[in-house]
Design a protein around this ligand. Structure first.
Ligand SMILES: [Zn+2]
Length: 407
């Protein structure tokens, strides 16, 4: 049924495109479109148009820029009868390395497309083609961090290479400028520690973006939240007023994802569990993983192994991240202590996120020599031999957050 509906919709679209072409005459001509050398952040396309009609016309310009991440919007422009105009149309190139494209398309309002062209470029991991950022009005209004409104203009990002890392940060971010050596040394220690732990042959460079707060990170990247990682890119909020904030992004966590990316893609219990386990001092927000798991067990909040093992990721609604990150990490810690880290990495390589549960359960049993259910029982028995030092009000707060999230 769905299939038929789709082909029907396709025909409908084809028909309306044909009808526009057949019955509408286009009066606006595109005389020229010129782009400067593309940079990260704001660029300006110069577009010259001529209205050949004896009536006013309206055109719509759509510019879509993509550099790993997409950014684009439409603007409307009016032309008086017989008028020629030149429009300086700003657009935002997301500030990320790799192949990048800009697609400009122009149409008359209510009419067919009169111009479309794609421009290509590539930005290196060490990129110096970086401009200022002027967020468009709709983006300023969209800002989810209402208590810190976006600025009309942001400075270019500065770039600095230190060892395996290429740092990017707003060029007015004084804290990073004055602490760069120290920040780079800490990153370097994290790089070596994670590499030695999970993937000794890893030697790639990593780009690290540091922003002073959530709204500045959002302004430059369009991404919401404290931290973000993809390919060899880390994007983080680094609050200089609270350099030891327990909620600050852990220096190891995302590096584990980057360095284990080439090894496999196991279920979240192993993927996120390993990244959380390898956090600084094996701690989750200042407390050992086992302490969190014990407190959650006492409060009846643990996710049962069969559900946890089936999760493809942790974070989305219903995955109970507050509980399942430290719970998974505590399990990885137990597996490491009882069977050895090599076995954990064997399982990491062999398990497949999204594969049938029985298939993954069989791999688990083969690698560790115990069934999932026996493992869960042993882990909980061992867990309850100790005490938790996580304050009870934190656990109750999480319980409330979960109830709210799952309402
Ligand atoms: Zn993670």
């Amino acid at each position: 049924m769905l299939h038929h509906l789709r082909s029907f919709l396709f025909l409908l679209v084809l028909f309306s495109a044909l009808s526009v072409a057949a019955w509408c005459q286009e009066f606006v001509q595109v005389k020229s479109v010129t782009l400067p050398e593309l940079v990260w952040n704001t660029n300006t396309a110069r577009i010259a148009l001529r209205n050949t009609a004896a009536q006013p016309r309206t055109v719509i310009i759509n510019v879509q820029a993509r550099s790993h991440h997409g950014s684009g919007w439409e603007t409307e422009h009016s032309l008086a009868a017989s008028e020629s105009i030149t429009i300086d149309r700003e657009f935002t190139m997301p500030p990320f390395p790799g192949k990048a494209t800009v697609v400009i398309s122009i149409r008359e309002k209510g009419g067919a497309e009169i111009y479309k062209r794609k421009f290509d470029t590539e930005f290196g991991l060490e990129n110096k083609r970086i401009g200022k950022l002027h967020p468009p009005q709709w983006f300023i209004e969209w800002n989810p961090y209402k208590q810190s409104p976006l600025a009309a203009e942001y400075p270019p990002l500065d770039m600095a290479r230190r060892g395996h890392f290429v740092f990017y940060y707003p060029d007015n971010f004084a804290y990073v400028q004055t602490h760069l050596t120290e920040l780079a040394e800490a990153r370097d220690r994290a790089y070596n520690y994670v590499r030695k732990s999970v993937n000794p042959s890893f030697n790639d460079d990593v780009a690290v973006y540091l922003f002073p707060d959530l709204s500045t990170k959002f302004a430059y990247t369009g991404h919401q939240g404290q931290g973000w990682a993809f390919d060899n890119v880390l994007v983080e909020v680094f609050d200089p007023l609270h350099p030891n904030d327990p909620e600050r992004t852990d220096p190891n966590h995302e590096l584990v994802h980057i360095m284990t990316g080439p090894l496999g893609n196991p279920p979240a219990m192993f993927n996120e569990g390993l990244a959380a386990y390898l956090q600084v001092d094996h701690k989750w927000q200042n407390h050992p993983m086992d302490d969190w798991a014990r407190s959650f067990d006492a409060a009846g909040m643990l996710m049962p192994i069969n559900r946890l093992f089936a999760l493809e990721e942790i974070g989305p609604k219903g995955t109970r991240g507050w509980v399942t990150y430290p719970e998974s990490a505590s399990m990885i810690q137990y597996l490491t202590n009882h069977f050895g880290f090599d076995k954990v990495m064997d399982a990491f390589r062999e398990l497949k996120s999204g594969a049938p549960e029985q298939q993954n359960a069989a791999i688990f049993e083969r690698v560790f020599g115990v069934s999932l259910n026996t493992f869960e029982k042993d882990w909980r028995t061992r867990l309850n031999e100790g005490n938790s030092h996580v304050p009870q009000n934190l656990v109750e707060g999480i319980q409330k957050e979960i109830a709210e999230d799952e309402k």
